[in-house]
Design a protein around this ligand. Structure first.
Ligand SMILES: [Zn+2]
Ligand SMILES: [Zn+2]
Length: 141
């Protein structure tokens, strides 16, 4: 396990994430919700236990946006109210103990992590090149 630092665009929110070796990589999500929320073609993520995320600054003033995920269950997005950076997402489909962390917001993550897998490739834009093992939706569990 290693500790990684993250912060939002304005700096009001800061956090550290403890990641196992195999979590020190990006899962690229090509779903249409990620496209809309980020304004980009995919997002960089990792599913981690919520206990391994420590919001060291601004944790009590995060905004919350909730929508219904593909599973029909709610997804709660926690973001900095000042600059709108999404710190993490809590998907009810993953249970209460896990969250989706934005690995691209970790200082070291964006520089050093490699792509480990691509999900929701059914929505991948046709000009986007495959860079890791690709799954139409999610890997078989
Ligand atoms: Zn901010
Ligand atoms: Zn997505």
């Amino acid at each position: 396990m290693s500790n990684f630092q993250g912060h939002c665009h304005c700096g009001n929110t800061q956090w550290t994430a403890n990641l196992e070796k195999d979590q020190q990589a990006h899962i690229l999500c090509h779903c249409n919700t990620c496209k809309q929320l980020s304004g980009a073609t995919y997002t960089l993520n990792q599913i981690i236990p919520i206990k391994n995320l420590n919001i060291t600054k601004g944790g009590d003033s995060l905004g919350k946006y909730t929508y219904k995920g593909d599973s029909g269950k709610s997804v709660h997005c926690y973001y900095c109210k000042n600059c709108t950076t999404h710190v993490y997402h809590a998907q009810e489909a993953l249970g209460p103990d896990n969250i989706v962390l934005r690995t691209g917001l970790l200082d070291q993550g964006i520089k050093e992590f490699k792509p480990a897998a691509e999900i929701f490739c059914k929505d991948r834009l046709p000009w986007e090149k495959e860079v890791a093992s690709s799954f139409d939706v999610m890997p078989p569990s």
